[in-house]
Design a protein around this ligand. Structure first.
Ligand code: CUA
Length: 310
């Protein structure tokens, strides 16, 4: 019962597609409950109330009506109801397109607005409330699956092809998505936040993403120097700096995300330092090497820098 609500529940829908799926679920659950009670009723009648033999004609009638006609009608009605939901779920989006790629073990996110430059991010997806957003889903390595239970889904991310998914958030809020196809040692540590915000706020946010974050000061400035000197930029990109790696998550607005390591830990300075120091222990088989030999004060400066990237 504890999964009936919360940020990651298909039974607590916050989007159009999830609501349709939840309706289908309740129709099927209640229908199955009614059928179950009917079958139990017949069983109790035949074993307790009238256990003695019945006429053969009664048996044939029960099989014909209860075993052929009733299931055919019920399943046909369910099929028609389910097929009726599908065209709505497949309508194309109205403009915004977000490409998401499942990596080991994180999410590469690229916003492709109809009227502006593409914006690259990772491990957090923002969507406008009340607008259909089209997701292009793929993977460069193994099969992952993309599921935001509160909004809809789920769709496999398959290397070499692109699957489409159209979702519409109906309520502002933060929801949780997860990888739902076993993809390796850190499959269970591959999640993401979905932040649904009002359309005007979303447009302003997306426009702001096109400019690099303001330059860091104080400890964060020293952190940037260390970040570049230790070669983090070989794998990570931070727009506006020489860090332009594409192997790992884009960190341009890392400080604005609520979590790190694809929703593995809360985004706090201590956790950033921990993640850099003992990556493999926190996230088995992640491609990022651990840096156990970095002095604590350098880690703190790097954490301050990454936290400042908003
Ligand atoms: Cu990615 Cu499981």
């Amino acid at each position: 019962m504890s999964s009936c609500s919360g940020v990651q529940s298909a039974l607590d829908p916050a989007g159009h597609e999830a609501r349709e799926v939840a309706t289908l679920f309740w129709v099927m659950a209640i229908g199955a409950g009614v059928v179950w009670c009917l079958v139990l009723g017949v069983a109790v009648y035949a074993t307790r109330i009238r256990p003695d033999p019945h006429e053969e004609a009664v048996g044939w009638r029960l099989i014909l009506w209860g075993g052929v006609v009733f299931p055919t009608v019920v399943l046909a009605a369910l099929l028609v109801f389910g097929l009726g939901l599908m065209p709505q779920l497949r309508e194309p989006g109205e403009g915004l397109r977000i490409d998401v790629s499942g990596e080991q073990f994180w999410w590469r996110v690229t916003y492709r607005p109809a009227d502006g430059p593409a914006v690259v991010s990772a491990n957090e997806i923002r969507v406008p409330v009340g607008e259909r957003v089209e997701f292009g889903l793929t993977s460069p390595d193994v099969i992952h699956a993309f599921w935001i239970p509160a909004l809809g889904g789920k769709v496999d991310m398959i290397p070499g092809r692109e699957n489409r998914l159209v979702l519409k958030a109906e309520k502002p809020g933060t929801y949780r998505g997860a990888c739902t196809e076993f993809c390796g040692a850190s499959h269970a540590l591959m999640a993401f936040d979905v932040v649904a915000i009002e359309k005007a706020a979303f447009s302003a946010w997306l426009a702001a993403q096109a400019t690099p974050p303001s330059p860091p000061e104080g400890e964060a400035a020293r952190g940037r120097e260390l970040f570049l000197r230790h070669g983090c930029g070989a794998c990570h990109r931070v727009a506006g700096t020489e860090a332009a790696g594409e192997v790992g998550p884009d960190l341009t607005r890392f400080g604005a995300r609520a979590t790190l390591g694809a929703a593995t830990l809360a985004n706090t300075p201590d956790n950033i330092a921990r993640f850099v120091r003992e990556t493999g222990a926190l996230k088995p088989r992640a491609k990022m090497p651990a840096y156990p030999n970095l002095p604590g004060e350098e880690l703190a400066a790097i954490a301050a820098y990454l936290g400042s990237l908003k």
